[in-house]
Design a protein around this ligand. Structure first.
Ligand code: NAP
Length: 478
């Protein structure tokens, strides 16, 4: 992208921090500083909230068809600039360009989906008990929405929320992750050109705790939608109590990938490669634990090792790269710590990561076997290219092992026995289950978790409900 926005987009204007404070955004592959973005002061966050409230009062009156047209225009504008946005995502996030292109198209699909949903926010008429009474149910926009998003999908995590909010008639303030704010700022510029009025979509940057607590304490912000770690999600739940905010929380996962003895091993390994190593293992639905039936554990592991070795690690902007750098040194250190602790705790490591001359953020795939539920690598979200494998003997054991986590986002089941696959899927305590499938995220389907992976859904016909409130009118005709 030739022009990289480096100010905040507030009420239809580019604004810096009045203090002049900024922080750098760097390329995780090269350490190049891509831009410096503002660190807003508390009063500037409050001003952004106030201007969003003013914009909301007009935006909710815009006819749904007009909002739909604007959402479609955003989708089309994104599709016209896939390459531009993909380059920016790869530059600030590190993922391979091919994956970044996929993220832009996926994001455009959300705007198109919500352009279709915007015109179908239908209420109800409910029969009343008496002939002179009518009961009407209206669906209305919740109000100003604040979004806090992570770095792993800088455009898509925003698109899933923003599309639904704009369709519902809400105004929106986003605080993107400090590692990847540039894609969000570029999206704000694109949305303004596509017709989103001033103040309806704002992007602000700065200290997360300060901004988060201002969102939470403001009575004008009626909803907070968050994608990120369970740890931060729990802080936000506590903070939301004082103003009783509506929340959507898309939190961390610990996805099991259960392979039964009757599975097609080749198909399962290909699913594993996509489900484990996409974005260098840094997605919330990435496989965290492989659970493989004793009878095929050897064959599955050998094939997974062979395929893992083929993956090319490098700078995401190079065409050959399949695994880019991890986002930060801290993220790389966590992955190394989990591998080391698994080794100490008795696991075997038939495929060790190989050191990379480009630096420690470039981590090649590794495969760890003899993993058990007491190990840190079982309990923690790895968020890196490490395949941790445990085995099981019976279906009940597989289900119990798969469910032995406080998280409940995504799970995968591989079996050629349809009734086994369905029975097991129904018993898995997860919001999403892929059966012989790891490509589970699509606009038509409700994305989201249960247990400590959060609540609320994004995408599908359900996603817009998170941005609407019900009002019922009881009318007597004297
Ligand atoms: P994170 O540390 O929770 O950060 C997410 C966002 O929250 C960032 O913008 C961060 O800003 C902000 N934040 C941190 N502390 C905050 C506070 N006290 N108040 C308000 N905001 C605060 O998560 P991450 O490491 O960026 O992202 C990875 C996590 O996201 C993983 O657990 C992954 O599973 C999860 N995730 C879930 C989904 C899903 O749909 N369920 C999708 C993608 C990712 P700062 O960085 O400035 O602190």
């Amino acid at each position: 992208m030739k022009h990289v926005p480096s100010k905040n987009w507030i009420n239809g204007e580019w604004r810096g921090a009045s203090s002049g404070e900024t922080f750098p955004v760097t390329n995780p592959a090269s350490d190049e500083v891509l831009a410096r973005v503002p660190a807003l002061s508390p009063h500037e966050v409050d001003e952004a909230i106030t201007s969003a409230q003013v914009a909301f009062l007009s935006w909710r009156e815009v006819p749904a068809r007009k909002r739909s047209d604007i959402l479609l225009a955003i989708s089309q504008a994104l599709l016209a600039r896939v390459e531009d946005f993909a380059e920016l995502i790869t530059a600030e996030q590190g993922k391979p360009l091919s994956e970044a292109r996929g993220e832009v198209v996926y994001s455009a699909n959300y705007f198109r989906w919500y352009s279709e949903e915007a015109v179908r926010v239908n209420g109800d008429i409910i029969p009343a008990d008496t002939p002179n009474k009518r009961i009407f149910v209206l669906k209305q926009p919740v109000g100003v929405v604040a979004a806090i998003t992570p770095w792993n999908f800088p455009v898509a995590m925003l698109a899933r929320k923003l599309g639904a909010a704009l369709a519902a008639g809400c105004a929106f303030i986003a605080k993107p992750a400090p590692e990847t704010p540039l894609s969000a700022l570029a999206l704000a510029e694109l949305c303004a050109h596509a017709g989103v009025p001033a103040g309806v979509f704002n992007v602000i940057t700065g200290d997360a705790e300060m901004i988060g607590s201002h969102f939470m304490s403001s009575p004008l912000v009626r909803k907070v939608t968050f994608t990120g770690s369970t740890e931060v999600g729990k802080i936000l739940i506590r903070q939301s109590a004082d103003t009783v905010k509506k929340l959507t929380l898309e939190l961390g996962g610990n996805a099991p990938f259960v392979v039964f003895g009757d599975a097609d091993i080749e198909h399962a390994v290909e699913g594993a490669i996509f489900g484990k190593y996409r974005n260098a293992g840094q997605t919330c639905i990435c496989v965290n634990r492989f659970l493989v039936h004793d009878s095929i554990a050897h064959a599955f592991t050998e094939r997974l090792i062979a395929r893992s070795k083929e993956l090319v690690v490098g700078d995401g902007s190079e065409a050959s790269t399949q695994i880019g750098p991890l986002i930060t040194d801290e993220a790389a250190a966590k992955v190394t710590r989990l591998i080391d602790s698994a080794r100490r705790e008795g696991a075997s490591i038939p495929l060790e990561p190989t050191p990379n001359t480009r630096g420690k953020r470039f981590i090649s795939p590794s495969v760890i076997t003899h993993v058990t539920p007491s190990m840190s690598i079982w309990k923690e979200e790895i968020f890196g290219p490490v395949s941790a494998i445990a085995t099981f003997a019976t279906d009940d054991e597989a289900i119990s092992l798969a469910n032995s986590t406080p998280h409940g986002l995504a799970a995968y089941v591989y079996s050629n026995n349809l009734s086994r696959a369905l029975k097991v899927s129904e018993q898995l305590e997860y919001g999403m289950v892929g059966v012989n499938d790891t490509a589970i995220s699509s606009v038509q389907a409700p994305f989201g978790g249960i247990k400590e992976s959060g609540f609320g859904r994004e995408g599908s016909k359900y996603g817009i409900d998170d941005y609407l409130v019900l009002k019922y009118l009881s009318v007597t005709m004297p």
